[in-house]
Ligand binder design. Sequence first.
Ligand code: FMN
Length: 220
Amino acid sequence: MESMELMRARHSVRKFTAQKIEPEKVEQLQVEIEAINRESGLFFAVVTDNEDVFKASQPSYGSFSGCRNFFLLFGDKKADEQVGYYGERLVLFAQSLGLNTCWCALTFEKKAIPVAAPEGMKLFIVVALGYGETQGVPHKNKPLEKLAKLTNQTPPWFKQGMEAAMLAPTAVNQQRFRFEQVSERGVRAKALLGPCYKIDLGIVKYHFELGAGRENFNWE
Ligand SMILES: Cc1cc2nc3c(=O)[nH]c(=O)nc-3n(C[C@H](O)[C@H](O)[C@H](O)COP(=O)(O)O)c2cc1C
């Protein structure tokens, strides 16, 4: 599936079926995670068939049910934005394998996490993973004018970047990001304070790159 289609198809899913993730898909996820870890210096891991972190045996826990698989996203103390950027790359890769996900900052059992943080790193966030009972639903969007400055000269690639950014998951769907074209090829993105706002910024920048095309612009 093309990346724009993947971004359109991805929605947070919190209720999972008992279907196991096939070993070939776990293997593919591991290969992608190794590539990300090598490239970024972060430490991501996938855990499958775990009943404890999302209390899968309870019919409902937080807003989750039946979640037995997840990604763990570790990084250096100040790696929030990078965790968002590379985490969303992994989320969209999982989507390409027909799997559903939900970023989760709060409602998981921290004490039950089965992987220790590497020296000097911390666990930023967990991403629930598996086969959803449904594919989820599109989130509500803020008006485009609130998220970006557009003019008559705004090029198509910037608009496509914004379309992709608006499909991105953000904590409590806060969409506290702003994009601005500051020169012919220069784009500035910033995030306003809010829960997990730096992780959100990395996620939306990854989406913007996929929509706009990395060859069309530079981050300023
Ligand atoms: C950084 C981050 C943290 C999140 N934390 C939680 C969480 O703790 N619990 C939860 O149910 N959803 C969580 N979400 C999911 C958001 O609520 C969801 O992405 C948002 O409502 C947009 O919906 P969508 O992902 O379906 O597009 C989180 C999302 C992000 C990006």
